[in-house]
Design a protein around this ligand. Structure first.
Ligand code: PEP
Length: 254
């Protein structure tokens, strides 16, 4: 059985002190964790400090985004080379907030994924449908296009290292959660696409996280689904107790 992967997306939240305290608490509480993979994704500006705090621990640090070029005249952007340099192992690519507020297309996301691999970062690719797309019964079509265009040109070896986060946009930060059955169904569909394109082994080893208002009270039913291999947690990852509770559920189920 593969390890569940619980990652916290801190988004544009916390002060430096709060981020440091949260990282220290997770480091101390999860010092001996081995049944579950855990990661945190702080804002760019806190990455170096959080990486230092978590150095030598078992907790991964990821960025929430990166630019598609490795260096150059791109004022205000941060490259994968820089992320690797400060100690990141992961990077979230194509979060729905990036797609929605920063016009990230599947083609941009595809370029970012390729650059992330070339910087030796492990991407977490977010996919998911909007409410109106679900209502129009277009979930599979939307997620299918996000995957086929997003993964275009990637090798099986690269896709094997990928984490996919299925995050229905209507469930992010809204308190609405997909039912475990709804989530499991889309996860199975995603795994089927991966199997068709990259074969059974890759499909079985890739981890598909669920994201969208995951909290300690719903973690067990979601993480207990056979196709769900972890969670990308937004709001509930900002509080150490609630994030640790979700990690404990994953440990209990492993
Ligand atoms: C997210 O932003 O990836 C997310 C899932 O947020 P929340 O848990 O707050 O819905």
């Amino acid at each position: 059985m593969k390890k569940q992967f619980i990652a916290g997306n801190w988004k544009m939240n916390l002060t430096l002190e709060e981020a440091g305290n949260l990282a220290k608490r997770l480091r101390d509480e999860l010092a001996n964790i081995n049944k579950v993979d855990v990661g945190v994704c702080p804002s760019f500006i806190f990455l170096r400090d959080v990486c230092k705090i978590l150095q030598g621990s078992k907790i991964y640090v990821g960025a929430q985004n990166m630019y598609l070029e490795k260096s150059g005249a791109f004022t205000g952007e941060v490259s994968g080379v820089m992320l690797k340099d400060v100690g990141c192992t992961h990077v979230i690519i194509g979060h729905s907030e990036r797609r929605m507020f920063f016009q990230e297309t599947n083609s941009i996301i595809n370029s970012k994924l390729k650059t992330a691999y070339s910087c030796d970062l492990n991407p977490i690719l977010c996919v998911g449908e909007k409410q109106e797309e679900r209502d129009a019964d277009k979930t599979e079509e939307v997620v299918g296009i996000q995957l086929s265009e997003g993964l275009d040109g990637l090798t099986s070896e690269q896709v094997e290292r990928l984490t996919i986060a299925y995050e229905p946009v209507w469930a992010i930060g809204t308190g609405k959660t997909a039912t475990p059955e709804q989530a499991n169904e889309v996860h199975a569909y995603i795994r089927g696409i991966i199997e068709n394109r990259y074969g059974k082994d890759v499909a079985q080893s890739i981890r598909i996280q669920y994201g969208g208002s995951v909290k300690s009270s719903n973690a067990e039913e979601l993480l207990g689904q056979p196709e769900i291999d972890g969670a990308l947690v937004g709001g509930a990852s900002l509080d150490s107790d609630s994030f640790l509770d979700i990690v404990s559920v994953a440990i209990k189920l492993s």
